[in-house]
Ligand binder design. Structure first.
Ligand code: ADP
Length: 242
C-alpha cells in the first residue's frame, strides 16, 4: 500500500530524515514512536507532500507521490486523511462546515457533502454539535471534529500527527477511544505518530521506532516491548512499566 524508500529531508544544517525506509500493508495500523525532533512528523507530512522531501521515493497505492503536480496532487490528497496535532479547524465556520469544506471544494453537491459530513460526525460522536463553532467545544471534541474531517473523504490511508499531544490529560482518553474504534472497525490503513504506549499495544499491528532521522527498530508491539533491541524502544518500555 505505502512504500517509502531512502527518504531524505534537511532543513538547512538540520537533517530531519536520514534515509528512511517504511513499508505499510493495506489495512495495517503502524504506530511511529521516537523522541521529539527525530523526524516523525516530517516523515508523515512527506507522504501527502505537506513537506517536500529532498530525496528518496514514496509510492502509495501504486502512485509515485513525488511525481504528482497540480490537480493530480489535489486529487491525491483527498485519498489521504490527515489528523493534525493542533486540529487546524477554521474558527469562523461551524463544525459541519469544517467537515464539509474539502468535499465542497472538490466540487461535491452541497446536500451530498452535508449528508456525508453528518455521517462522519456521527462516527466520532459529535453529530449533535454540527452547528456549533470550534471555540464552543473542548479540545477533545475539537480533535474529534479534526478526525471527522479526515474521515469524510473515505481516505485510503489516514495519517495522524500526534493527535493527542496538545490535549489536557483528562481529554486524551476520549480521543484515543475514537481512534481505537476506527482502527478496529474501518480497516483503513493507518500511520499514527503518538507517544501513547498503551494505545499502541492495544491498537497497532506494528511499532516503528525512530531516532535521529532513521528507523532504528520495528516489530510486533508485544515483542518489541518484551525484548527491545534499541535504546529508544527500551525508553518507551520504561513508560509502559511506570
Ligand atoms: P518529530 O515529529 O519527531 O518531533 P520533526 O519531524 O518535527 O520531529 O522535526 C525533525 C527535525 O527537523 C527537528 O530537528 C526539527 O527542529 C526540524 N524541523 C522540522 N520542521 C522544520 C521546519 N519547518 N524548519 C526548520 N526545521 C524544522
Amino acid at each position: 500500500m505505502l512504500q517509502i524508500r531512502d527518504l531524505y529531508k534537511s532543513y538547512g544544517k538540520t537533517t530531519a530524515l536520514d534515509g528512511v525506509d517504511l513499508h505499510v500493508a493495506r489495512g495495517e495500523t503502524v504506530v511511529i514512536m521516537g523522541p521529539s525532533g527525530c523526524g516523525k512528523s516530517t516523515l508523515i507530512r512527506c507522504v501527502n507532500r505537506l513537506t517536500e522531501p529532498d530525496g528518496g521515493s514514496i509510492i502509495l497505492g501504486g502512485q509515485d507521490v513525488l511525481a504528482l503536480q497540480g490537480p493530480e496532487l489535489q486529487a491525491f490528497r483527498r485519498k489521504v486523511g490527515f489528523v493534525f496535532q493542533h486540529f487546524n479547524l477554521i474558527a469562523r465556520l461551524t463544525v459541519l462546515d469544517n467537515v464539509m469544506f474539502h468535499l465542497v471544494l472538490a466540487g461535491m453537491d452541497r446536500e451530498e457533502a452535508r449528508a456525508r459530513a453528518l455521517l462522519a460526525l456521527d462516527r466520532v460522536g459529535l453529530k449533535a454539535a454540527a452547528d456549533r463553532r470550534p471555540a464552543q467545544l473542548s479540545g477533545g471534541q475539537q480533535q474529534r471534529v479534526g478526525i471527522a474531517r479526515a474521515l469524510v473523504t473515505n481516505p485510503e490511508i489516514m495519517l495522524w500527527d500526534e493527535p493527542t499531544a496538545s490535549l489536557d490529560p483528562i481529554l486524551v482518553g476520549e480521543v484515543l477511544e475514537v481512534m481505537e474504534e476506527l482502527v478496529k472497525e474501518t480497516g483503513t490503513t493507518m500511520v499514527i505518530v503518538t507517544h501513547e504506549v498503551s494505545f499502541a499495544l492495544r491498537a497497532a499491528h506494528r511499532i516503528v521506532f525512530m531516532d535521529r532521522g532513521k528507523v532504528v527498530e520495528e516489530g510486533d508491539p508485544q515483542e518489541v516491548f518484551a525484548q527491545p533491541r534499541s535504546e529508544i524502544a527500551r525508553l518507551y518500555r520504561k513508560l509502559l512499566m511506570n
